[in-house]
Design a protein around this ligand. Structure first.
Ligand SMILES: [Zn+2]
Length: 605
């Protein structure tokens, strides 16, 4: 805002900032010539500015405050000098824009932008004659250089800024606000003139309004729901390029690019959409919640923002990940998750026992959280005390007490308090650390039913991981009630899949360590290719499950293990109790020609 007097812009020019001193002097001369001030006052004012260099008030303000020149007189002469048209509200002329229309235009602005517009005393007044795309705006301060930028928040291609006397402008403002409020419940709080506001805020507000960032981000959130995305990533790529990526079916891909606004403005707008986020905080990690309604449904998103290192000096970059929270209605019942009968009966029996740890294993985004949420949902009844502790909250469940973790309530503190609430069922977010593993198993061992997830390739690996974390095979053997593992296997596209030659097939089978039973014909295997009907050779996926419940024999093997359990021993024992492994199921899929050999590589032990 400094040197405002240098930048008094002529109409149509954008903040021309040249020839400071001559302009200043000649404007003072103009005032002298028109007997607004005396020659002595002009010299004194120039002298005053020179002696008070640190005072950043523009010359006009100084003339008003220090030399008692009337605001109306000054405004009128600024308009005259810089050839701003003056509008006299009492003049009778045809108006193309009614006060009601102006009210409507203001109604379309976000509140923060509206406050900024009013603070800088800018209002829509009329449309130019024969130019319906040109908005005539009025202000008593045509010298305010901010207003030329601010005029761009209105949805018109061109604009003309005109001068109106302060008292007339204020009368008009009251009328327009009254119109605006006819259909909006909240009255506008007109910010006091002395409100100090950072340059950052006004810059961001303008950018957000100009690039319609709220609308763009709103559309992104709705697209995410429609497209079945579980996560939205907001990633700054260059000063004015922000990529929006969606995670759909576990895979991240660019969905949209915002290249008409600075990255900071995109993040600023995003924080403005949600609750409990500070738009001006750019150095700390932040979390918040965004709620929107779509087709009478309330959509909920949790936002997590992290500051980033930026290559450009002075730029504070941030990245955001938005989790799409699903409503209970979005969680399929257990028998609709695609589980085989064996897995389903193990899970149902274990849940019915109401004690011990049930853990769903799988790689990231295999759907294990959905499985646990579905299991939890099947338990909900008023007589049962069910508590969840997770971060972030991925599902909202009625009838369940969902603890909200925050910087002042950490996971371990929440668990401490949990036992006081004596829950029947506890759902913990993913078991990622030894602390959580110990807590989950201890709660299970004192008679609670505990549900959780763990990142592991299969059921056997999940048990090994629990032992690795707790160093206590006994604790694991006693605490675990059932382990379920799942994995999504993509289906190869029927239209473009390519058959493997006999030698390639034999090589592939060898690589998968698959031995054909005697007399069995060599199956026809396929590899993925890619066509317009599919995504890189794949269309859709099938979920595979394996599960076991801890029988006395299995408990004994686990509890009796040394610090590390032998994968093959445990795996063989589970197999003898009827577990059909994920690997075996995936191999069957390959041999049936419904998936490619490459999809099996994660199962090769
Ligand atoms: Zn295809």
């Amino acid at each position: 805002m400094e040197n405002k007097e240098q930048g008094i812009a002529a109409p149509g020019s954008r903040m021309a900032n040249t020839g400071a001193t001559p302009v200043l002097a000649s404007f003072l001369e103009h005032l002298v010539k028109n007997q607004v001030i005396t020659k002595d006052q002009a010299i004194q004012a120039t002298e005053w500015k020179r002696q008070n260099e640190t005072d950043k008030r523009p010359l006009l303000e100084v003339l008003k405050d220090e030399f008692g020149v009337s605001a109306d007189q000054l405004g009128q002469h600024v308009a005259q000098y810089y050839a701003f048209r003056t509008i006299e509200p009492r003049e009778r002329h045809v108006r193309r824009l009614l006060v009601a229309d102006a009210g409507k235009i203001l109604r379309a602005l976000p509140d923060a932008t509206l406050q900024l517009v009013i603070k800088h005393k800018l209002l829509p007044f009329d449309l130019a004659e024969n130019q319906p795309d040109k908005l005539v705006l009025i202000t008593p301060n045509p010298a305010d250089r901010e207003i030329h930028e601010l005029a761009r928040v209105f949805p018109y291609k061109k604009f003309e800024i005109c001068y109106m006397r302060e008292s007339d402008w204020s009368d008009y403002l009251q009328k327009v606000l009254a119109e605006r409020e006819k259909t909006t419940a909240e009255p506008v709080v007109v910010p006091p003139d002395e409100a100090v506001e950072s340059d950052f805020e006004s810059l961001m507000e303008r950018e957000v309004a100009r690039a319609q960032l709220h609308a763009q981000l709103g559309a992104v959130l709705e697209d995410a729901i429609r497209g079945g995305a579980t996560e939205i990533h907001v990633a700054p790529r260059a000063a004015r390029k922000t990529e929006i990526l969606f995670r759909i079916e576990g895979r991240l891909a660019v969905w949209h690019t915002i290249d008409n606004a600075r990255c900071e403005a995109v993040l600023y707008a995003l924080k403005g959409l949600g609750a409990s986020m500070d738009r001006f905080e750019r150095l700390a990690a932040q979390q918040g919640v965004i709620m929107r309604s779509l087709n009478n449904r309330t959509l909920r998103f949790t936002v997590s923002i992290l500051p980033l290192h930026a290559r450009e000096q002075g730029v504070r970059a941030e990245s955001a990940v938005i989790h799409v929270m699903r409503e209970a209605e979005g969680i399929p019942p257990l028998d609709r998750l695609g589980m085989d009968d064996h897995t389903l009966s193990i899970l149902n029996d274990s849940l019915a026992s109401m004690r011990g740890l049930i853990v769903a294993a799988g790689p990231a985004r295999s759907g294990k959280t959905t499985t646990i949420a579905s299991a939890l949902r099947s338990l909900i009844k008023p007589t049962l005390n069910i508590v969840t502790v997770e971060e972030p909250v991925e599902f909202l469940l009625d009838g369940v007490r969902q603890v909200k973790l925050n910087p002042r309530l950490g996971f371990l503190d929440a668990i401490d308090l949990l036992t006081d609430h004596d829950p029947d069922v506890v759902m913990l977010g993913e078991i990622r650390s030894p602390e959580v593993a110990n807590i989950a198993l201890r709660l299970a061992n004192i008679g609670h039913l505990v549900l959780s997830t763990i990142a592991a390739r299969d059921a056997t690996s999940a048990v090994m991981k629990l032992i690795d974390m707790t160093h206590s095979p006994l604790l694991v053997g006693e605490g675990v009630r059932a382990v379920l593992a799942q994995q999504a296997v993509r289906l190869v596209c029927d239209r473009c899949k390519k058959p493997l030659s006999v030698s390639a097939t034999q090589q592939a089978l060898g690589r998968l360590r698959f031995e054909l039973p005697d007399g069995e014909r060599t199956p026809q295997l396929f590899r993925a290719a890619g066509c317009i009907d599919c995504l890189a050779g794949y269309r859709g996926h099938e979920l595979l499950f394996e599960a076991f419940s801890a029988s006395p024999a299995i408990r004994e093997i686990i509890a009796g293990a040394a610090e590390r359990i032998d994968y093959r021993t445990l795996s063989a024992a589970l197999h003898s109790e009827g577990l059909v492994s994920l690997r075996q199921k995936a191999l069957d899929m390959v041999c049936r020609g419904v998936t490619s050999v490459d999809e099996l590589l994660p199962f090769v032990v």
